[in-house]
Ligand binder design. Structure first.
Ligand SMILES: Nc1nc2c(c(=O)[nH]1)N[C@H]1C(S)=C(S)[C@@H](COP(=O)(O)OP(=O)(O)OC[C@H]3O[C@@H](n4cnc5c(=O)[nH]c(N)nc54)[C@H](O)[C@@H]3O)O[C@H]1N2
Ligand SMILES: Nc1nc2c(c(=O)[nH]1)N[C@H]1C(S)=C(S)[C@@H](COP(=O)(O)OP(=O)(O)OC[C@H]3O[C@@H](n4cnc5c(=O)[nH]c(N)nc54)[C@H](O)[C@@H]3O)O[C@H]1N2
Ligand code: SF4
Ligand SMILES: [Mo]
Length: 742
């Protein structure tokens, strides 16, 4: 904290909204936020900020944000004390588990969980205590395909290469729009500035997207791709590398298994045979492969557009196959691995090999989807709640999750939630999902608790360690979510609603440390004893991490005190090569040809002749919106209607849709939505785009501002039956719809 004027103080806080994790400078006067700007002193984000960061002030002040627990009585939410709320949970939840077993309690975990360390660290503890097979999360609406291909190739699902953009001269990007999203599975604040620098040194950015996006606009080249066609483009590129003798493993030569299997698998996928299916000419496919292979510092990056497809895992794998075959994986200027200071799973255990990953240890009860990393697909949640029989989900805990808007066929999910015996939501709003809850337990404003990013330093374009102090105390009558989680854990462990959460925290910490530190456990617990909650977990993770002080064994290493001593954060430098040490496969090699993926190439082969649908729908993001929950903030809500249906002029004409008129869009499930038509040649013909996360017109949600301009729920027209069978990830793009004037 620094004091800048009378009563005016200035504080650093990492933005809790998106994966760019920008450093904010929050200016306060007494207990009021005066303004928020980018923190110039932040060594990682260097002052960059977007409007959502500024809107953290609105979030902090939002009158609709819940500040006290709510219990539903006769269909109405009534404010309750924390004691009453936990007593209600204790009265209703354990009997359901006693009667129906532990799988009767499901969990639905949402995106903001990963932006609050108290929430993410203690959610892990809660899930362990629950021991349920019915875990659903936004991961299967998002990046599960990438996590699966990473796990199969590198041995850990969090071992994920990211473009080393500051040293890269050719970046091929598929299915991502960081100009709007600010990057994903790639923490890269100020993407625009970095592209500017790349182009200034003669580098090129090439974008593959069915829409000429904001990112395509600043790129050197953009190619439309038929939605869902990426696997065919990528197979064609891999084929070209073999066909034209461009494969060059470089330093990785001794670290790769399966090269010949990949060569054989792609033999029939010549670009000439792929062009029609992906909508990109063979000559372009070959040229993309050649440029990638012959540019010294180059990388391929694929993001959500490549994941939310029927071939999501295949795409994710092929992206890294390309990086490996062109010698760009783990090379400066290519696709590199981070070394996060805390919580990085790929820095623990024996360096260079491990157990690898297995999936399908169980299958979802109703449609038999394989478990992946302990989760079953979000697309299966409704059927698991609706279908009677042993293992039926009878009770649900949602954590920062709004599946009624964020998952396919939201209307079916909403009805299924009403059929539950009991539902608890950890959330900050009464919204489209939490309105179904019996008890809502709110968190605090991000300014009222400390923070350290848990997942994002694992995906960052540089290594860094940044801690945010709480700017304000927890207000009277409110409670941090890690304590709420501990209460729930206490109730599930049979300790009752009155259990002492701090004692339980000590107990859980001791369990971990005893397991991990053996004979040193007592000394370690002693060294950490001044701390509690997530701060203690963080100090432990930093000290035992790859940059850590190891409790004095590396005296120059990091601990929480040292990270704290640099309020704007520490830069830990550019990414450095990590192969083979980063690998955790049983072979100690990069598995280039996991059998599951080689087999999946055959599924792609069978799909080659899929006919072109008349109109398919895809989503999009806007910089002033974030998934489903920021439409209630004045700064972001103002301006033009953003929930529009973008459509190519030729389609508009053919379908009789005038610019500005209302279109009626109907999915295969029969649900129609309406959106205002925006005619633009930025769309590929045959593709319509509507952003997700809208549809705030459902009864009983209490989002005053969002409700004034509710928009339409894209997910109401999507089909929960469509998923990538390997990862269980939902198909959220390229789904056929019918479109007509409303
Ligand atoms: N069609 C389509 N659907 C999509 C996508 C798409 O591209 N197209 N994207 C998908 C992706 S990538 C994702 S990640 C998901 C996101 O979908 P979800 O995981 O459902 O996340 P959000 O929509 O962001 O909703 C966040 C919820 O967390 C609550 N919340 C906000 N802050 C806090 C907090 O501090 N504490 C607690 N306890 N709760 C909080 C909000 O009130 C809201 O209920 O949507 C997916 N759905
Ligand atoms: N402003 C803002 N920022 C956000 C979010 C937000 O809602 N708003 N959400 C956050 C979350 S949860 C996530 S996961 C990230 C996602 O970050 P990104 O992955 O960058 O997501 P999008 O901006 O949706 O970009 C996906 C692109 O894929 C394209 N696409 C659709 N179908 C296909 C296809 O079949 N093939 C190809 N090649 N492209 C296709 C779309 O047109 C779109 O331009 O953004 C995060 N940041
Ligand atoms: S890009 Fe915007 S929302 Fe994302 S972290 Fe930075 S300021 Fe926050
Ligand atoms: Mo996401």
């Amino acid at each position: 904290m620094s004091t800048t004027a009378a009563n005016e103080t200035s504080h650093y806080r990492i933005c809790p909204i998106c994966e760019a994790c920008c450093g904010l400078e929050v200016r306060m006067s007494d207990r009021k936020v005066i303004g928020i700007r980018g923190a110039e002193a932040d060594p990682f984000s260097k002052g960059y900020i977007c409007p959502k960061g500024v809107a953290v002030k609105d979030l902090h002040e939002d009158p609709d944000r819940i500040r006290t627990p709510l219990i539903k009585r006769n269909g109405q939410f009534v404010p309750a004390s924390w004691d009453d709320a936990f007593e209600e949970i204790e009265r209703r939840l354990p009997p359901i588990l006693a009667k129906h077993g532990r799988d009767a309690l499901g969990a639905s975990l949402g995106n903001p969980s990963s932006h609050k360390y108290g929430l993410i660290l203690y959610t892990t503890r809660l899930l362990k205590t629950m021991g349920s097979k019915n875990l659903f999360s936004a991961s299967t609406l998002d990046q599960m395909p990438k996590q699966l291909s990473n796990g199969l190739m590198f041995g850990h699902w969090l071992t994920l290469p990211v473009p080393d953009i500051e040293r890269c001269d050719y970046l091929l990007m598929l299915g991502a729009n960081p100009m709007a999203s600010n990057g994903s599975l790639w923490t890269v604040p100020d993407f625009r500035g970095k592209v500017k620098a790349l182009r200034a040194r003669g580098g090129k950015l090439v974008v593959i997207d069915p829409r000429r996006t904001e990112t395509a606009e600043i790129a050197d080249a953009h190619h439309f791709i038929r939605p869902g066609g990426d696997a065919f483009l990528l197979l064609g590129m891999v084929h070209t590398l073999f066909d034209e003798n461009l494969v060059k493993l470089g330093r990785l030569a001794g670290h790769v298994n399966g090269l010949e299997e990949v060569r054989a698998a792609v033999k029939d996928f010549a670009p000439e045979a792929m062009a029609a299916r992906c909508g990109i000419e063979a000559g372009v496919i070959r040229e993309l492969a050649r440029t990638l292979a012959t540019t010294q510092h180059a990388a391929v990056y694929g993001r959500i557009g490549t994941c939310v497809q029927e071939f999501g895992t295949l795409n994710s794998w092929l992206v890294d196959v390309l990086n490996v075959l062109t010698g760009h994986l783990d090379e400066p200027g290519g696709a590199m691995f981070t070394k996060a200071a805390a919580f990085a799973a790929n820095t623990t255990g024996k360096p260079g090999s491990g157990r690898g990953v297995v999936t399908g240890r169980w299958k979802s009860r109703v449609s038999g989807s394989p478990e992946v990393y302990g989760e079953i697909p979000m697309n299966c949640m409704a059927e698991e709640m609706e279908t009677p029989g042993p293992g039926q989900v009878k009770a649900l805990i949602t954590v920062a999750s709004n599946p009624v808007l964020s998952a396919p066929n939201g209307p079916r999910l909403a009805a299924a939630l009403d059929g539950l015996d009991f539902m608890v939501s950890l959330d900050i709003y009464i919204n489209e999902t939490t309105r179904h809850a019996d008890v809502i337990l709110p968190g605090v404003s991000p300014l009222e608790e400390s923070h350290y990013d848990v997942p994002f330093p694992m995906f960052s374009h540089r290594n860094h360690a940044r801690f945010s102090e709480a700017i304000l105390p927890v207000p009277e009558g409110q409670q941090q979510e890690w304590k709420t989680m501990l209460k729930l854990i206490g109730i599930l462990r049979g300790k009752g609603a009155k259990a002492d959460v701090l004692a339980l925290d000590d107990e859980l910490m001791a369990e971990d440390v005893n397991k991990q530190m053996g004979e040193h456990a007592q000394a370690v617990l002693q060294a950490l004893s001044g701390r509690r909650g997530p701060e203690r977990l963080l100090d432990y993770a930093l000290r035992t991490g790859p940059w850590g002080d190891h409790f004095g064994r590396q005296p120059d290493g990091l601990n929480l005190d040292k990270v704290r001593a640099a309020p704007a954060g520490l830069d830990l430098g550019a990414l450095a090569p990590r192969i083979p040490e980063v690998l955790r496969t049983p072979s100690g090699k990069i598995e280039l040809a996991p059998p599951m993926l080689i087999a999946d190439v055959e599924r792609a082969r069978a799909d080659l002749s899929r006919p072109v649908d008349d109109v398919v729908i895809i989503g999009r993001r806007h910089v002033r919106s974030n998934n489903s929950w920021m439409h209630n903030l004045p700064l972001l809500a103002k301006g033009p209607n953003r929930c529009t249906a973008l459509i190519h002029p030729s389609d508009a004409e053919r379908l009789g849709l005038a610019h500005g008129a209302q279109a009626r869009i109907t999915g295969r499930n029969g649900h129609p939505i309406q959106a205002q038509v925006e005619v633009s040649d930025e769309m590929m013909p045959g593709v319509i785009s509507v952003p997700h996360g809208w549809g705030h017109d459902l009864p009983d949600a209490q989002l005053k501002l969002a409700g004034e301009r509710p928009g339409a729920n894209l997910n109401a027209v999507l089909d929960e039956k469509l998923l990538d069978p390997l990862s269980g990830n939902a198909v959220l793009g390229g789904v056929p719809v019918t479109v007509a004037p409303a």
